[in-house]
Ligand binder design. Structure first.
Ligand SMILES: [Zn+2]
Length: 153
């Protein structure tokens, strides 16, 4: 296993560790591939051509490993040839002290305005299927089915 290339801050590692301790790319890919196939079936797709996934910076997913795991999960299904598009969602934080919101700075763990370290994570731990594209039975029109349910923990 490679290490994720995102920078880790001491305050964040604990939070992520607790939430994602037992998660790894394969189990996540397995869960997401079920969502993808289920959505495809509901949409009467005979072939899924593209899968758009959003992964938070803090979800501790290595995209390359995730893609490999996903391919294994969708082998011999209607999604076996689907292109995988992974969007990385930047970490956004909110200061509990002055309530300002900002993207996580590269070099520090603290509020950009007041330097408080009492911060809440707004974005960055989510991981979900944004949408899939594919071919419907009988015609070649591309249809898009959106799904916006962040996967928790
Ligand atoms: Zn602040």
């Amino acid at each position: 296993m490679e290490n994720a290339s995102l920078k880790c801050h001491p305050g964040l590692i604990c939070l992520v560790f607790v939430n994602n301790f037992k998660m790894h790319e394969l189990s996540i890919a397995s869960a997401l591939s079920e969502t993808v196939l289920e959505t495809g079936l509901k949409g009467n797709l005979v072939k899924i051509t593209r899968v758009n996934i959003a992964i938070g910076q803090l979800a501790q997913i290595v995209p390359e490993i995730f893609e490999f795991a996903f391919r294994e999960c969708v082998r011999d299904t209607i999604a076996s040839d689907a292109e995988l598009d992974i969007e990385i969602i930047n970490t956004r934080l909110k200061c509990r002290n002055c309530l300002s919101e900002f993207e996580m700075p590269d070099d520090s763990w603290g509020c950009m305005k007041c330097s408080s370290t009492e911060l809440d994570i707004i974005n960055g731990k989510e991981l979900f299927v944004k949408s899939i594209e594919g071919e419907e039975d009988g015609n070649k029109n591309n249809e898009e089915y959106s799904r916006q349910e962040p996967e928790q923990g």
